[in-house]
Design a protein. Structure first.
Length: 119
């Protein structure tokens, strides 16, 4: 079995690098680490997160974003949220956020949670 998986990973570009599938229930638990600065429905140290998935970065009208996020032109989706959660300063130099989630599964789970809460 191991040989088959290795063979598929070797023959199919990106097969071994597929993004993990997010679990929104687990993501909600991980999101608790974010609540020192964020909530779903109210701005705090960071902007509110309900509706973040699909929203243009730096666009909550009543939040005072860093100049770096005010200039951002991207929309929050799986790719941008993953980059942000992995390394916010590396993704958008000059932002206020320093917290990060180094684990790809943790990021996928939080993204699934945020995406679910956008509905």
């Amino acid at each position: 079995m191991f040989r088959f998986v290795f063979l598929v990973a070797a023959l199919v570009p990106g097969a071994a690098l597929a993004a993990p599938v997010g679990d929104a229930t687990r993501g909600e638990q991980i999101y608790q680490a974010c609540t020192d600065c964020h909530s779903l429905d109210q701005n705090d140290v960071g902007p509110r997160h309900r509706g973040v998935y699909g929203r243009k970065a730096g666009s909550v009208a009543d939040y005072d974003y860093s100049d770096a996020l005010k200039r951002a032109t991207f929309v929050w989706n799986e790719e941008t949220l993953d980059k942000w959660l992995a390394d916010p300063q590396g993704f958008v130099p000059g932002v206020k956020m320093f917290f990060h989630l180094p684990g790809p599964q943790d990021r996928a789970d939080v993204i699934a949670y945020l995406k679910e809460r956008t509905k």
